[in-house]
Design a protein around this ligand. Structure first.
Ligand code: GAL
Length: 703
């Protein structure tokens, strides 16, 4: 388990916190009493207040109107509902952009974006920094000791709509950031390789953001720009956080993440927070959305160093921003919520409490729908509140696992820069394919940076780590030498942190570890596949490889390189390093990782009966075909959370069949004993406090 996120502090809310964004300012005050009564009925224990209320709280610069918020805070305090108070800086009011028009963001194409939506501010704007920290300070001063206040929610989803701004103010900030990184212009010229195409800079004033260019812009400039944009948004967060911390040093502070969000390097943000929190919305049309959910939850736990985290937002049913906004099927709300808890969330919250009547999100579901309480959604919300109460003792326990997937934002940014060998190499595709294979094997994973402490893991997967530092590569090498199993995908180790190619043959930084030398890439056509001698297929990529110490596991039988090695394996120290030169199909990936799990003594789903019948996901989506090679891949997740002297087995059944899973102890949602096995209905969830925590296996076979 990684150890970053060390400032962990939790709000004073008992058990698993339950609630959502509460926007009472959108409603007449006489409705608030009903809100509070219904929150009581559902078991709501924490609400996020004020996220988009800047215009009401500060109707004119420096003049505050806290009256309505005072009444909301008092009401919530009187009913023991904790408040995660937003600093309200996510969307500046019209007066702000009217007064400071230069604060409006500018796109790469040079278009200025206006107010009228939300998040219309340039992250480098001094006016914004000054006004946002002033508001955060005013809120902290007024509510710092209020009994309802349990934590701070800085801004909202930094970068969600405006992750970069190309204006002149940003250009100045970019130059400042570059001066700090490189010290002098000579070093910048060297790092950016500006001898190419006559790009050499002779004065700092000549350096600009990567605005629209006639053809491909300088790759390192683009990469540094991504780093800068992530850092600049983080500076906005840190500025507000520091104001809050100075006034309320004991209160936890967070800002809500957005899972696998490309523009922001959350590994560099998480240590600046007391608690990691996340917003996760499933894509209704994606048949694997429950697997994406697990992946995002595992990423959040990993960002926080394994500490409990907050699911800050999800939807009770449909959202409003997908092309077709699918309502959730009965039971899906509970399954999705408890998936997050199984993977380490100690808070389950929603956007939002009461579905809006006006505005762009009026067709977004809420905990309390337009149709009121005689609804599927409300009944499921209230039932979830009760379920979470019965899981109170799970709070604080941790998920342990012995497999990690390397995840690195700069490598993601760099691998997707333009003018590369193939546009089909997309970072998340590879990460997801690797994650999905482990998911189907029922193996829980952490996500780690290349330079993380890897000593707790038996297997580390490295999906297309195009950019890696010398330290990162050395760390992964040490992991293998010390007995670890590593599996690395094509187009890894290619460049250094400045995007300069590592010479002498690919995969550069990993050539020696993997015992191979690649002289040329042979990417495939868009729909082309190749067959491997072991029956698997590959797509996207092949490459001309010569073993240099590695054994050949399998070769290509067709495609551009028949007879050439496709997968290799090399023993290093007491460990093993595998190299996969193509984007293996799902079955091939699963089979390879299953073999590695066996070799590394990582338990997998042990029932290996073929699943002949198609498996219908309970949401009505057929996921047949995930059965392959004798590996049972039915959609049943088992995850363990452990605490001192206690162990909790979560079983989440995504299929349309009931299952019995070996377990002994007490099933907490029903309060009934599990003697030998626990029965989980189709689409259902069980959570067993295991009778003997000490001997609970790391993995449970699904019968
Ligand atoms: C989030 C945002 C919320 C709400 C929600 C709708 O991105 O933080 O304010 O807009 O999406 O799904």
């Amino acid at each position: 388990m990684t150890t970053s996120g060390s400032n962990h502090r939790w709000p004073r809310v008992p058990g698993i916190a339950f609630g959502g964004d509460y926007n009472p300012e959108q409603w007449p005050e006489d409705i608030w009493a009903e809100d509070i009564a219904l929150m009581g009925e559902a078991g709501v224990s924490m609400v996020t207040v004020g996220v988009f209320s800047w215009a009401l709280l500060e109707p004119r610069q420096g003049s505050y109107d806290f009256g309505w918020l005072d009444r909301v805070m008092d009401l919530l305090a009187a009913h023991q509902i904790g408040v995660d108070l937003a600093t309200a800086t996510a969307s500046p009011p019209p007066w702000f952009s009217h007064r400071y028009p230069e604060s409006l963001p500018v796109t790469r194409e040079g278009h200025r974006l206006w107010q009228g939506g939300r998040q219309a501010y340039c992250p480098s704007s001094t006016a914004y920094r000054t006004a946002s920290t002033a508001l955060a300070g005013a809120l902290a001063t007024r509510y710092g000791t209020h009994p309802a206040l349990v934590m701070w929610h800085v801004n909202n989803e930094y970068g969600c709509h405006t992750s970069e701004c190309f204006c002149d103010v940003s250009a100045v900030a970019f130059r400042r950031w570059l001066r700090e990184r490189y010290g002098d212009l000579g070093r910048l010229n060297e790092a950016w390789g500006t001898t190419f195409w006559s790009q050499r800079y002779s004065d700092w004033e000549e350096v600009i953001p990567p605005r629209l260019t006639p053809t491909w812009g300088n790759p390192t400039q683009n990469l540094d720009w991504k780093r800068f944009c992530s850092d600049e948004l983080r500076a906005c967060y840190i500025a507000e956080r520091d104001v809050l911390r100075a006034i309320t040093p004991d209160l936890p502070i967070t800002t809500n993440f957005m899972g696998a969000f490309k523009p922001v390097d959350y590994f560099s943000w998480a240590p600046e927070e007391d608690i990691v929190s996340d917003d996760h919305y499933i894509l209704g049309a994606d048949p694997a959305n429950h697997i994406r959910l697990s992946m995002s939850a595992d990423l959040m736990r990993s960002l926080g160093g394994g500490n409990p985290w907050i699911l800050m937002e999800q939807s009770t049913s449909a959202v409003n921003w997908q092309p077709r906004n699918l309502a959730k099927a009965p039971g899906q709300l509970k399954r999705n919520s408890l998936q997050h808890v199984a993977r380490g969330a100690d808070a389950v919250c929603f956007f939002q409490w009461r579905a809006s009547r006006r505005g762009a999100e009026k067709f977004h579901s809420g905990m309390l729908p337009h149709a009121g309480t005689d609804t599927k959604v409300w009944r499921e919300v209230a039932a979830l509140g009760a379920d979470l109460k019965s899981l109170a003792e799970v709070a604080g326990s941790r998920v342990d696992c012995d497999v990690a997937i390397v995840w690195d934002w700069p490598a993601w940014w760099a691998v997707e820069l333009d003018s590369h060998p193939s546009v089909d190499v997309r970072y998340l595709d590879l990460v997801r394919a690797t994650y999905e294979a482990f998911w189907h094997l029922d193996v829980t994973v952490d996500f780690v940076r290349p330079d993380a402490d890897l000593s707790a893991y038996k297997i580390v997967a490295v999906p297309s780590l195009y950019l890696v530092s010398d330290e990162g590569a050395a760390n992964l090498t040490r992991f293998v030498e010390a007995g670890g199993h590593l599996v690395c995908n094509f187009f890894s180790g290619i460049v250094d942190p400045n995007d300069a190619v590592r010479l002498g043959g690919y995969p550069g930084a990993f050539r020696q570890l993997l015992g191979v030398r690649v002289e040329e890439f042979y990417p495939l056509l868009e729909d082309q596949t190749v067959t491997l001698a072991d029956g698997a297929t590959g797509r996207v990529w092949t490459e001309l490889l010569t073993p240099a110490g590695a054994q050949v596991v399998t070769t290509y039988v067709d495609g551009p390189l028949p007879g050439s090695p496709a997968i290799t394996r090399r023993g290093v120290g007491t460990g093993v390093a595998y190299y996969v030169t193509t984007f293996l199909d799902a079955a091939g990936t699963r089979r390879l990782l299953h073999g590695i799990c066996d070799a590394a003594a990582v338990a997998t789903r042990s029932n290996q009966n073929d699943v002949r019948a198609p498996i219908i996901n309970v949401d009505g989506i057929e996921t047949a075909g995930i059965e392959t090679a004798g590996i049972e891949t039915a959609g049943i997740e088992t995850i363990r959370r452990r605490a001192e002297g206690a162990s909790y087995l979560f079983v989440i059944n995504h299929t349309d069949r009931e299952v019995d899973v070996p377990a002994a102890g007490v099933e907490l949602l029903s309060g009934t004993p599990a003697t030998g096995s626990v029965h989980v209905a189709a689409g259902g969830v069980a959570v067993v406090r295991e009778a003997d925590a000490a001997t609970a296996p790391h993995h449970t076979a699904v019968g």
